[in-house]
Design a protein. Structure first.
Length: 167
């Protein structure tokens, strides 16, 4: 896993995006992952204690080249309890997490400042994942010692082969 700590300032979203692009050079899902990192860092700066003076945001990237990638953003925790807002169709704000959820195969948060997105290395990998249930993927992660709500860093993960031995 590769990590970068950035100041909790708006310009850190760009630095995080460039960091992700550098770590994932050659990955077909690089642009989607970089956009997810950008949105998660922007949210951290705007909506968490990381955006206060002296605050920081940590970006972490883990990969199993050719299989999957995971991006994480750790902030200093919420400023206040989250309150869902109603968005109008022409609003210019409030769509960042919707983008992350759409781009990621799996999106999660621990409720204390850790947000992550997990996606296939390339679009063709997803077709194999689609033959499995989400429960199978989570069981594989748990067997490797990681669970979405544990708050621990994800170890290297090998998702079981799909029926027929395809990967």
């Amino acid at each position: 896993m590769t990590a970068l700590t950035l100041p909790g300032r708006p310009e850190s979203a760009r630095a995080a995006r460039e960091f992700a692009a550098g770590c994932l050079a050659g990955c077909p899902s690089c642009d989607d992952a970089a956009l997810c990192v950008d949105e998660l860092v922007t949210n951290a700066v705007q909506h968490s204690r990381s955006g206060l003076p002296g605050g920081t945001v940590e970006v972490r990237i883990a990969v199993a080249a050719g299989e999957w990638l995971r991006v994480e953003v750790q902030d200093a925790g919420p400023l206040a309890p989250a309150v869902p807002a109603q968005r109008g169709p022409l609003d210019e704000r409030g769509r960042g997490l919707a983008l992350v959820v759409t781009l990621a195969e799996v999106f999660g948060a621990d409720g204390d400042g850790l947000y992550w997105a997990w996606m296939p290395w390339a679009p063709g990998v997803r077709e194999v994942w689609d033959r499995r249930t989400f429960a199978e993927v989570i069981r594989a992660a748990e067997a490797a010692g990681w669970a979405p709500d544990s708050g621990t860093l994800q170890p290297p993960l090998r998702i079981p082969a799909a029926p027929g031995g395809h990967r």
